[in-house]
Ligand binder design. Structure first.
Ligand code: NDP
Length: 339
C-alpha cells in the first residue's frame, strides 16, 4: 500500500513510519521542513526509506496542505500540536488541530484512491477528568474549553470535526480513530515529546513532591502497532482506546529509584494523600494556566478504562506500564537527558 503519514517526524509517527517501511509499504511523510535534518535524518536512515519514503512539506495552518499528496490508499493523520501550556490556545492548539484534520479529510475525499483514514485522536477526546467510571469508546469529553485543559479541547474538537465530516460528506473512505492515553517509550530522536517530558521532569526535580497523580500509560510501540492494524480495510471503523494500565506518581518514582535513578533531584516529600492533594490544588493556582487546570482536574483521581476493543479487534497485546517506563528511562539515558 501507499500511505500518507502527516507529522511523520513526530514521536509516535516515527515508529509508525518504521513499521510501514519494514512491512514493504510506500510512505509519503509530511513534515514542516523536509530540509531540516534534525527532524528528518532518522526517517531517511530507516530500512527501506531510500526506495519507499518521500518527505514533503506541509503545515497544518496552510490553506490546503495535503491535496497535492493524496495519491495514496491510506491516510494517517497524526500531526497535531501537543503542549500543555501555550500563549494563545485558539491559535496554537485548536486552529492547527481542527483545521489540519479538516484539511486532511477534505483532501482525502477528493482522492479516488483513499479508502481508509486513520486519525490519531487521544484519551483527551474521551475525558479530561477521571471520575471513577470505566471509560470506553462511547465516552466524549464535554468539559474542556480554551481555559480548561485546552490541549484536550483541541483534540476533542478535531475528532468531532472528523466524525461530522464523515456524516455530512459521506466520502469514499472509512475512518478509524486511535485514542491513546499517555504515550511513553523509546524515541527515534533526541527530541522529547510532551508525554516523555513528564518522566524527564520528575527526574529533574520539576515536581516539588510526589503528588497524588495517577497516569494511564501506553507504550509508543503498541500505539504504532494499533495505527498499522487499523489501516486494514477489514478492521471496522470507529474508535479504539489505546491504553495499557495505570501507575501512580509514587509508583513511577519508586520504579526510578529501583532502576538506580536515585540522584538528589527525585522528589522525596510525599503529598500522595487527600490533604496533600488539597494543598496542591490550592497551589495549582500559582502554576501556569495549562498546568494549573491539569492539576485541578487530575489530582487525587484515578483513571479507569476498557481497552478490550483494541486488544480484540486490533490484536494489541499491551506492554505493562512498568516495562514501558523502564524502557523509556533507558532511552532517555541513551540520549543524554538524564543526569
Ligand atoms: P510530537 O510532538 O512528537 O508530534 C507532533 C507532530 O505534529 C510533529 O510532527 C509536529 O511537527 C506536528 N505538528 C504540530 N503542529 C504542526 C503544524 N502547525 N503543522 C505541521 N505539523 C505540525 O508528539 P506525539 O508523537 O506524542 O503526538 C502525535 C499525535 O499523537 C498528536 O496528534 C497527539 O495529539 C497524539 N497523541 C499523543 C499522545 C501522547 O501522550 N504523546 C497521547 C494521545 C494522542 P514539528 O516536529 O515540526 O513540531
Amino acid at each position: 500500500l501507499t500511505v500518507l503519514v502527516t507529522g511523520a517526524n513526530g514521536f509516535i509517527a516515527s515508529h509508525v513510519v518504521e513499521r510501514l517501511l519494514r512491512a514493504g509499504h510506500s510512505v509519503t511523510g509530511t513534515v514542516r521542513d523536509p530540509a531540516d535534518k534534525s527532524k528528518t535524518a532518522h526517517l531517511r536512515a530507516m530500512e527501506g526509506a531510500g526506495e519507499r519514503l518521500t518527505l514533503v512539506a506541509a503545515d497544518l495552518t496552510d490553506p490546503d496542505p495535503f491535496s497535492a499528496h493524496m495519491d495514496v490508499n491510506v491516510v494517517m493523520h497524526m500531526a497535531s500540536p501537543y503542549a500543555v501550556d501555550v500563549d494563545d490556545p485558539q491559535r496554537d492548539l485548536v486552529d492547527p488541530a481542527v483545521k489540519g484534520t479538516r484539511s486532511a479529510l477534505e483532501a482525502a475525499a477528493k482522492s479516488p484512491r483513499v479508502r481508509r483514514v486513520v486519525l490519531t485522536s487521544s484519551m483527551a477526546a474521551i475525558s479530561d477528568e477521571p471520575d471513577g467510571r470505566v471509560l470506553t469508546e462511547g465516552d466524549w469529553n464535554g468539559a474542556s474549553s480554551l481555559t480548561r485543559n485546552p490541549y484536550y479541547y483541541s483534540k476533542t474538537l478535531a475528532e468531532r470535526a472528523a466524525w461530522a465530516f464523515l456524516e455530512q460528506k459521506t466520502p469514499g473512505f472509512d475512518l478509524s480513530v486511535i485514542n491513546p492515553f499517555l504515550v511513553v517509550g523509546p524515541s527515534h530522536t533526541k527530541a522529547i515529546n510532551a508525554s516523555n517530558q513528564i518522566l524527564v521532569d520528575i527526574l529533574n526535580g520539576v515536581y516539588p513532591a510526589v503528588m497524588d497523580l495517577d497516569w494511564g500509560f501506553v507504550d509508543v510501540r503498541d500505539v504504532a502497532d494499533a495505527h498499522v492494524a487499523a489501516m486494514d480495510p477489514a478492521v471496522p471503523q470507529g474508535r479504539y482506546i489505546a491504553a495499557s494500565g495505570n501507575m501512580t506518581m509514587a509508583e513511577v518514582v519508586a520504579l526510578m529509584r529501583a532502576e538506580g535513578y536515585s540522584h538528589a533531584k527525585l522528589p522525596r516529600l510525599s503529598l500522595a494523600n487527600s490533604i496533600g492533594s488539597a494543598v496542591m490544588k490550592l497551589a495549582s493556582y500559582t502554576q501556569p494556566k495549562g498546568v494549573g487546570s491539569y492539576l485541578r482536574t487530575h489530582l487525587g483521581r484515578h483513571p479507569r478504562f476498557d481497552n478490550t476493543r483494541a486488544r480484540d479487534v486490533l490484536g494489541i497485546d499491551f506492554r505493562p506500564p512498568t516495562e514501558s517506563v523502564r524502557d523509556t528511562l533507558a532511552d532517555l539515558t541513551r540520549w543524554g537527558h538524564v543526569p
